[in-house]
Design a protein around this ligand. Structure first.
Ligand code: PLP
Length: 436
């Protein structure tokens, strides 16, 4: 695959376009996405799962990136969509997805969200609690429809030390596995919901497929229990997203300790082929052992598909001792550097030795606006072009305009045409919302 970043003759290209020439025509900061890279990622993921479990369906997680052309590309490739709110349903519909091609997730839908999604014929409501289920049932009754539901299950698998710390937070999502049969039983007493799926999501940037193997084992066993104890026919098991990206480095507690000892080491994610193989094989085996017929396997990837399909192009605006300040930062890429370490390229200094250590800060007065610490770089000067890699996921959708405006985002199409995904915000976009 060479649809992502490539370097040859000291020149950086992305999506087949040379960046140093391209950037002369545009202002920084600037998001740039590659359709070819997105397509390559999608095909790699879909093929990896389907090779081992043909009845796998991909539902792209819209919250990761909802630029319309990106959603359209994914739909063209066969993806369906996972929405987390009525807003995301509206956006996905604008990109061409039908309600029947979407599932809805989320712990805190409003009644208006639920009503809207019932009216739009969303295929499955992945409910997060019994309270949410009761509301879905009541509102479906008022509208005169029956809707398909799953419970989001918290599978209670043991994670690494750092993950189990996060697990304390993740447990706010879904219902514990131990309560599942009781709650499905209650769902059977409701006239306007059809319990026919199981869902989960075990975290993001998961590096090790073993967590999914354990999850799959527990959820298939639950499907068998639901059949045996309640006569429920589970049609789909949705294991959520979370597949790690190999070009990103994931910071684990073990690495924090190693780092304190002066040894820098980050854990790498398994390849998508490995995720697909291990999960697909395990799923097929567990179904067979539990004498279940071919249940659909649903995956909801977000980060894996769009992370390295997007880069943020910035310039250095100030240099102060060890600190360099670039013109885009945590306002555009809000994810914490504590968990994820991105790569950087200095596009105008490729080939120069990275023998100086810098901290890379964004332009805002937010103390947390730091993209990297102790980053080895060539000698840096104002005007240098800093490419922030892996900027396609959870960036634009989570961006904010704290003290500055959001930038242009462009798409390199498969035929290497440049097209706008969104236009830079203007002061009037903000002023028009402020009541004089
Ligand atoms: C329910 C659900 N599905 C899928 C995803 C996508 O996760 P990722 O981007 O890590 O693949 C998320 C992310 O938070 C999620 O909450």
């Amino acid at each position: 695959m060479n649809s992502g970043i490539t370097i040859s003759n000291r020149k950086v290209s992305f999506g087949g376009i040379s960046l140093t020439e391209f950037i002369e025509k545009y202002e920084t900061p600037l998001f740039l996405f590659s359709e070819q890279r997105l397509e390559d990622n999608y095909k790699a993921l879909e093929e990896s799962f389907r090779r081992y479990y043909p009845k796998t369906e991909v539902f792209f997680s819209v919250k990761t990136n909802f630029e319309l052309s990106i959603l359209k590309t994914l739909r063209r490739l066969g993806s369906k969509a996972e929405a987390a709110s009525a807003l995301e349903v509206i956006i996905a519909k604008k990109a061409g997805f039908e309600g029947s091609e979407m599932v809805l997730d989320g712990p805190a839908w409003t009644d208006n969200d639920i009503k809207f999604c019932i009216q739009k014929n969303i295929s499955t409501f992945n409910v997060d609690s019994i309270d949410e289920l009761r509301r879905v049932n009541r509102l479906a009754k008022a509208i005169g429809k029956k809707v398909k539901i799953s419970f989001r299950i918290f599978p209670e698998i043991r994670m690494s030390i750092l993950k189990s710390f996060i697990e304390g937070y993740i447990s706010k999502f879904g219902i514990p596995l131990s309560q599942a049969v009781e709650l499905y039983k209650e769902a059977l007493t409701m006239d306007h919901v059809i319990p026919c799926a199981i869902s989960t999501h075990i975290g993001s940037m998961i590096t090790d497929p073993r967590y999914y193997e354990k999850t799959v084992q527990r959820l298939v066993k639950l499907a068998a229990d639901l059949r045996d104890e309640l006569g429920i026919n589970i049609e789909a098991i949705n294991i959520g997203g979370g597949f790690g990206v190999q070009s990103l480095n994931y910071y684990s507690i073990q690495n924090v300790i190693l780092n304190k000892a002066g040894i820098s080491q980050y854990s790498k994610a398994a390849s998508i082929e490995e995720f697909g193989k291990r999960i697909g094989q395990k799923f097929a085996k567990e179904l067979k052992e539990n004498k279940l017929s071919e249940i659909k396997l649903i995956v909801e990837p977000g980060r894996f598909l769009v992370s390295d399909s997007g880069i943020l192009i910035t310039r250095v605006v100030a240099v102060k001792d060890k600190w360099i300040f670039i013109d885009g930062g945590i306002n555009l890429i809000p994810e914490s550097i504590f968990f994820i370490r991105r790569g950087f390229l200095i596009a105008n200094k490729i080939g120069q030795e990275a023998k100086y250590e810098y901290n890379i800060a964004g332009p805002t007065l937010n103390t947390a606006d730091v993209l990297a610490v102790n980053q080895k770089l060539p000698k840096m000067e104002v005007g240098d072009l800093v490419i922030v890699l892996d900027s396609g996921a959870y960036s634009l959708t989570r961006s904010n305009q704290f003290t500055i405006l959001r930038p242009d985002a462009l798409y390199i199409t498969k035929d290497k045409k440049i097209k706008y995904l969104r236009k830079k915000e203007q002061p009037d976009d903000i002023l028009n919302k402020l009541i004089p």
